[in-house]
Design a protein around this ligand. Structure first.
Ligand SMILES: Cc1ncc(COP(=O)(O)O)c(C=O)c1O
Length: 483
């Protein structure tokens, strides 16, 4: 593993950098860090009864003013570990609330390495940018997207925004510099698209009110006929359609919009199709669910979060584009302090962010070390976990399954005898489960009915643990329902 140093000038002695002290005992501190990390990894497999509390004296230190004098690294490290240990971590196998991750070990190694070298990705980094591009290609191959260019971003929100800014520039050339010049524009997504789409439209300057929420079909998917109707109406009213955002895996129930039919509509109207697959797109890689994503290859752009169903740490999202040049058209700039060679742009000319970490290294390491086949096994397992939970709920007289799982999300209600208001009961149960700590579920609402929502994206979760979701909900819910 150790690299041999090339012939070079002697190292500058540390004492010449007197006010920039290195750790007095670098290796000792790193050994302690490694011990702490291994302990945390081991702890993820131990069921918890409740998240540990911060404790009063640590809580008091967290509101202390900026220290003027140096402090000990051991104490700072120990406080940081206690703070993180007391925080909700999606790496625990029964943390099924929201859309977590697995927190693969490769991601931790990659994060430490990327932070150590801190490569500058705004300009051609001499290697790190090649990793970035390879990770984008691997990711696109994995999900089946015909990549021309793309970028790693800080999250699904930023990936959606990046795509919409590129779409706006195609629909309204010059709008990035000149604004909309009084032109009216609109974007389209399903009623259950993630709120980040609305936020992205707002940031694009189109106005959040310009988002057309297209009604759902019986499988909670965007209705292409209603989309087409909305497009006709807007175009007739002189409104410019900027983009249609189809969701490939809604946050609430995992529904996948009919991409092929939506692509037909977009093609007829010449509108940019963006697929928000922040959560669901990795399921395009496994045969069981791949058919749901037919038409993805026709999209102009797609979002996929590696920090969700691909197991690496936050934040690591990617925006993928089918045509070269769209990102530069949206973000390219001539900076006098960032000259580039001829017409070859700097990487920063394809991204919204300037300084950014080498996020892609986490995914690159994970793909290299585990391989695509292992990923497919893991994803299939999470799909099976969702199906197992749905099957158990179907058989349980005191539970109601609110939808068949399309991907790995399941919404359900506990309906014990004695609970008079099911909405109130399920909201209280979600709070109680979070307090209890053994199983972390998110409260949600499907068709106005309050429920519990479990999302299986953690590769650590086992079928036995899936059964505990029901037993713990029944135990705590039963207690709440008893008069
Ligand atoms: C479908 C979808 N899009 C976008 C987002 C936003 O992603 P991020 O939290 O990475 O910004 C989410 C988050 O859950 C999501 O489920």
């Amino acid at each position: 593993m150790r690299r041999r140093r090339a012939q070079q000038d002697p190292a500058t002695p540390q004492h010449e950098r007197a006010d920039l002290p290195a750790l007095a005992d670098r290796e000792g501190v790193l050994e302690e860090l490694v011990r702490v990390i291994c302990e945390a990894w081991a702890s993820f497999d131990v069921p918890r009864t409740a998240e540990p509390q911060l404790g009063e004296e640590l809580a008091a230190r967290l509101v202390a003013p900026l220290p003027e004098e140096p402090g000990g690294v051991e104490e700072a490290l120990s406080d940081a570990v206690r703070v993180l240990d007391a925080s909700v971590s999606p790496s625990r196998p029964l943390n099924l609330g929201y859309i977590g991750s697995t927190g693969l070990e490769m991601g931790v190694l990659a994060s430490a390495l990327a932070a150590t070298y801190d490569a500058n990705l705004a300009v051609t980094a001499g290697g790190a940018d090649l990793v970035e591009e390879q990770a984008l290609r691997w990711l696109s191959d994995f999900v089946g997207f015909p990549l021309a260019e793309g970028a790693f971003t800080s999250g699904g929100m930023t990936s959606n925004l990046t795509a919409l800014l590129a779409a706006r520039e195609r629909a309204l050339p010059g709008s990035r510099a000149g604004g909309l010049y009084g032109r009216r524009a609109a974007a389209y997504c399903s009623e259950e698209a993630h709120h980040s789409v609305v936020r992205a439209v707002e940031v694009c300057g189109l106005g959040g009110g310009s988002v057309r929420r297209i009604p759902l079909d019986g499988r909670r998917r965007m209705r292409p006929d209603a989309l087409e109707e909305a497009l006709y109406q807007d175009v007739a009213a002189g409104i410019v359609p900027v983009a249609v955002v189809a969701t490939a895996g809604t946050t609430l129930t995992g529904a996948v919009d009919p991409l092929d039919e939506v692509a037909d509509v977009c093609e007829r109207h010449g509108v940019w199709l963006h697929v928000d697959g922040a959560y669901g797109l990795p399921a395009a890689a496994v045969p069981q669910t791949a058919p749901l994503f037919a038409g993805l290859e026709r999209a102009d752009s797609a979002t996929v979060d590696a920090h969700k169903w691909l197991g690496v740490q936050k934040s690591c999202s990617a925006v993928l584009l089918r045509e070269t040049g769209r990102l530069r058209a949206a973000f390219g700039h001539e900076e006098r302090y960032m000259l580039h060679e001829g017409d070859v742009p700097n990487p920063v000319d394809r991204t919204l962010e300037y300084s950014r970490p080498l996020r892609s290294l986490r995914l690159w390491m994970a793909f290299r070390v585990h391989g695509a086949a292992q990923y497919r096994i893991w994803i299939r397992r999470t799909l099976e976990n969702a199906r197992l939970l749905a099957a158990l709920l179907r058989e349980a007289p005191d539970f109601e399954l609110l939808h068949e799982p399309t991907l790995s999300t399941v919404c359900f209600r506990h309906l014990p005898p004695g609970a008079e208001d099911p909405d109130e009961h399920n909201l209280r149960l979600a709070r109680e489960m979070q307090r209890d700590g053994r199983v972390f579920l998110a409260p949600a609402s499907v068709d106005g009915r309050a429920c519990l929502r479990a999302c299986f994206v953690n590769f650590r979760t086992t079928p036995r643990e899936v059964e505990r979701v029901i037993s713990v909900a029944r135990e705590l819910g039963g207690r709440l329902a008893r008069p």
